[in-house]
Every structure is written in C-alpha cells, then in structure tokens.
Design a protein around this ligand. Structure first.
Ligand code: TYR
Length: 337
C-alpha cells in the first residue's frame, strides 16, 4: 500500500483525527509502520459492540501498523471499586483471547498485534514517579473534566477517578506509540495527554477517534453493564434471534437505528476487507418478495428510509449476519472449554 492508501485505511470511518500530521509524517517521511495502541479496560463481558473497534484494529493491521492492545487491568480496577484485582486479571486474559479470535475470524494477520497488561509496567518506579510528576502539573479540575465521559460518574467521586486519566496519558509514552485510538468519548483524555506529555519531556501523540455507535438493540451507546441491550459474543443463535427481534427499529427511521449502524460500522467494513465487491444479502422468504442484496450502506439506508426494506427484513438480515460473524468465535471457545 502507498502511504496515502495506508492513511485512508487507518482513518476510514473515524469521526475525528487529532494531529494527522504526526501520523502522515511516520507514513510518508519516516516510511515505517505506524505504532498505534488501543486500550480496553476489562470491566465486563465483551459483547457485539466490541466488533466496532475490532474492525478498526483490522484496518490498522491491514495498513501494516504495529498494533498494541493494552489490557488496562489497573484502569478497570480504578474505575470500578467493586471489581477485585484478581477478577480484572482473569477478564484481561479472556479479552485477549476474544480479540485474537475476532481478528482471526475477520481474516487479518495478527503477527503485528501485541498485547500488554497494564500492571506489567504501571507499577514500576519510573511510571509511579511520572504519575506524581503529572499530578504536579495537572489541576484537580482538569483531571476531573478529562475523565468526565469515561470514568463512572458517582455522587461521591473517589480520588481514583483523577488518577485514571493521568495514567492513560502516560500509557502513550510507556507503550511507545505514535498514536492512540479510542472512541470519541476518550477525547478529553486525549487532549489532556497532548497538552501535558510535552511538559514531562515526552512527545505529543496523534489521536484517532471512532464515533459512538448506537447499541444494536436500542438507541444510544451500547454498554457492557446493561444486560438487555447487549448480545454476548458467545450468545446462542436462538437468543440472538430473540434479542434482535425485540430490538428497537422504527420503520423508515435510519437515524439512531442500531441495526443499521451495526451494518455500517461492522458488517460492511468486514465484508470490504474480505472482498472488493461486498454484498449484504437478506434471505427474505419468497412469499415476501425473495432475497434482497445491498452492495453498500447508502443503498440499504435509502431502501430503509423509503420503507422498501421493512424492520422485520432488516432484523432477519442482521440476525443471520451476526450468527455468521460470531460462529467461528463461539466454536473456538466452545471447543476449548
Ligand atoms: N479509557 C478506556 C476505556 O474507556 C480504557 C483505557 C485505559 C484506554 C487505559 C487506554 C489506556 O491507556 O475503555
């Protein structure tokens, strides 16, 4: 791939890029693989919403980037007083297996994928000292604001919520990356990192942000803590059908439709990685007009908007495609257990 093609793939479907010149410089001038990291705090069981950042990791890998997944165990601990460290550690291992399994099933090479557990370096002397150094630069107010969209907001906020963003900023230096990737909800932490790492003598990084995709079965962000809105990655086909069938989907309304967003940000990106001419096919029964195919998201959206595509048929298509996507993951895990 040319540097331009790499850049297109790296930034495809993103909502925002901060400091694109840092990224372009690596690709076009230094001509080396971009080092990028994504952090995930293992706070619950990963569900289908997890496939959204996975398609981006797939893009990064296909673009030749060196990708690091930070299994942010201490962050999960800091953000959730109820989760004991041992549970978080156990979940971190599970997350690693899930991420590998998903990426393998998407069909991207994972040799350039590295996993790092937070605790492996976040308890070292240098890192600890850097937390203290940073805490001498960042005001309580700025730390609080930085975490506002990420750290769980409670009535009597703990000190841990102020440490969390500082550590996420430091991770960029300690993981030796050129850029950090995350949802746009991480934006304020990303800006905190850009503004403060240089004061510690560290370089400023680029930031790549995914949009917040509405939950599959409801409008709004799909959260790991809401049991009704999530479809587990190892969910049985029967359950998937049931959950998708009860999903909220107003006829003709594309905006905020979690099923359509899933097709846009998971299904088509994955299909495109496998095939230049992706087709999303809905096996509509003959008595309702037979199978229908869409070769891009715009076609599907306009069919839905004009009500040529009904919510029932959309649900049928999504149920089938989810089963198809997660089947290899489920098989891998079931065979192991
Ligand atoms: N803040 C991220 C989340 O909301 C997790 C994370 C933790 C990311 C540490 C990066 C990092 O360095 O899931």
């Amino acid at each position: 791939l040319t540097p331009e093609e790499q850049y297109e793939l790296i930034t495809r479907n993103l909502q925002e890029v901060l400091n694109p010149q840092i990224i372009k410089n690596v690709l076009e001038v230094e001509k080396r693989p971009l080092k990028i990291y994504w952090g995930t705090a293992p706070t619950g069981r990963p569900h289908c919403g997890y496939l959204v950042p996975m398609t981006k990791l797939a893009h990064f890998l296909k673009a030749g980037c060196e990708v690091t997944v930070l299994l942010a165990d201490l962050h999960a601990f800091l953000d959730n007083m109820k989760a004991p460290l041992e549970l978080v550690e156990f979940r971190a291992k599970y997350y690693e297996r899930i991420v590998k399994s998903i990426l393998r099933s998407i069909g991207v090479p994972i040799e350039k994928l590295r996993f790092v557990v937070g605790k492996s370096y976040q308890l070292t002397e240098n890192y600890t000292l850097d937390i203290f150094r940073l805490s001498n630069i960042v005001s309580q107010n700025d730390a609080k604001r930085a975490g506002a969209d990420v750290v769980k907001q409670v009535d009597n906020p703990l000190l841990s919520g102020l440490i969390y963003p500082l550590m996420q900023a430091l991770d960029e230096e300690y993981l030796d990356c050129d850029a950090q990737f995350g949802g746009v909800d991480q934006r304020k932490i990303f800006v905190l990192a850009e503004e403060n790492l240089p004061s510690l003598g560290y370089k400023k990084r680029g930031h790549l942000m995914n949009r917040m995709v509405p939950g599959l079965t409801q409008g709004g962000k799909m959260s790991a803590s809401d049991p009704n809105s999530k479809i587990d990655l190892l969910e049985e086909p029967k359950q998937i059908k049931k959950k998708i069938n009860s999903a909220y989907a107003a006829p003709g309304v594309v905006e905020g439709n979690g099923l359509i967003s899933f097709i846009e940000y998971v299904v088509f990106p994955i299909f495109e990685l496998k095939d230049d001419k992706p087709v999303f096919r809905i096996e509509r029964p003959e008595q309702y007009g037979g199978p229908i195919s869409y070769s891009n998201i715009e076609e599907l959206k306009s069919a839905y908007a004009s009500q040529d595509l009904s919510p029932q048929d959309l649900k049928l298509g999504v149920t089938d495609v989810i089963n198809q996507l997660i089947e290899p993951i489920r098989n891998e895990f079931l065979n192991d257990e």
